[in-house]
Design a protein around this ligand. Structure first.
Ligand code: B12
Length: 282
């Protein structure tokens, strides 16, 4: 247990800052008894160090505090709440700085606190939208888009899975169509199914050849398949037919399938919520 003075020296920040962080953001000694000297535990110091690093990375103190608190698990489970909009800015800023560590931390904390569904809709999609606008507007920032994409993927994969369903329960296969590298919506779907259903999810990821999709469906006997196509060029009917011949529920997901005639029983899903609802019955 360290005194405020010792912590201030170790982190190189004035004790007045320690006091104001505690007063304004609740970032301080976790089990302080009023009237007694403040004593900081190692965990308290780790939270302070995160706060310090995130602010140095350009994050607003309020956002840095929300992430740092999340790290220490000192947050109420805010299911139903939404992440502070400033966190979208913090994530985009970290991506612009190519600061993968901070970007992953922001996504991970928001997934932990609000769940993957809310994290996808209210942090990841807005952040991707902002960076996409810059890519379209400047023809640059592809590096930023890659860091952001990787960090979102890494954060969504840290979801805490629900207890597994009984072995043999119907599984679902998630795959991007052949040639398709846009996989983040499937990462979000994977995280939601893992966190909310405990279902066996077979994630094949990016660019899955039709033959590999066929083998995966044959091997698993999966009851459902979700095939993602972002652009029309990758929306191959052959892949859907392979899925429709094998799975009872087939979702043609993504804007690539827009306006396409789909083989039965394939259906489209326009959002994460719609896809999870369609899979509930399968
Ligand atoms: C991230 C990204 C990348 C990343 C992908 C990383 C990864 N692991 O996924 C990287 C950098 C690799 C990439 C590469 C390319 N990309 Co790109 N990319 C994007 C970006 C910004 C986000 C994609 C995404 O995740 N969208 C999902 C969410 C964030 O989008 P949204 O609009 O909010 O979602 C809507 C629906 O998808 C749906 N939805 C949202 N979430 C979910 C979840 C589920 C389960 C369901 C069912 C529905 C659903 O609801 C929303 C409202 O309708 C999009 C722009 C965009 N907004 O989609 C461009 C975009 C798709 N890319 C584009 C292009 C052109 C490319 C490249 C060809 C660029 C190049 N020259 O290299 C390559 C192609 C690679 C390939 N072969 O696939 C274009 C496609 C244009 C077109 N023809 O439609 C876009 C639209 C950008 C642009 N404006 O030009 N890309």
């Amino acid at each position: 247990m360290l005194t405020a003075g010792a912590v201030a020296r170790r982190l190189g920040i004035p004790t007045s800052t320690l006091r104001s962080w505690n007063r304004r953001y609740g970032i301080g000694p976790s089990d302080h008894v009023p009237g007694r000297y403040r004593r900081y535990t190692q965990a308290d110091i780790t939270v302070l160090a995160t706060m310090q690093r995130l602010i140095a990375a350009g994050m607003l103190p309020s956002s840095a505090a929300e992430v740092a608190r999340g790290q220490a698990g000192r947050t109420t489970n805010a299911r139903g709440g939404r992440p502070d909009a400033a966190l979208v800015g913090a994530l985009v800023q970290a991506a612009h700085a190519l600061d993968t560590q901070t970007a992953v931390e922001v996504v991970t904390r928001v997934v932990e606190r609000y769940g993957p569904r809310t994290a996808w809709e209210h942090l990841c999609r807005p952040a991707l939208g902002r960076v996409e606008a810059e890519v379209v507007g400047t023809g640059r920032c592809i590096d930023v888009e890659h860091v952001l994409s990787w960090s979102i993927q890494a954060g969504l994969r840290r979801v805490r899975p629900a207890p597994a369903r009984a072995p043999g329960a119907a599984s679902v296969v998630l795959a991007c169509a052949a040639g398709e590298l846009h996989s983040l919506p499937l990462e979000a779907l994977h995280a939601v199914l893992a966190a909310e259903t405990g279902r066996a999810v077979r994630m094949l990821g990016q660019d899955v050849p039709v033959e590999a999709l066929r083998d995966a469906l044959d091997k698993t006997g999966a009851a459902a398949a979700v095939l993602w196509s972002q652009v029309p060029a990758t929306a191959q009917a052959a892949a859907l037919r392979v899925a429709c011949d094998r799975a009872a529920t087939v979702i043609a997901a993504g804007p690539g399938w827009a306006g396409r005639r789909l083989p039965r029983p394939a259906v489209t899903a326009a959002s994460l919520a719609e896809a999870t609802a369609l899979l509930q019955g399968s």
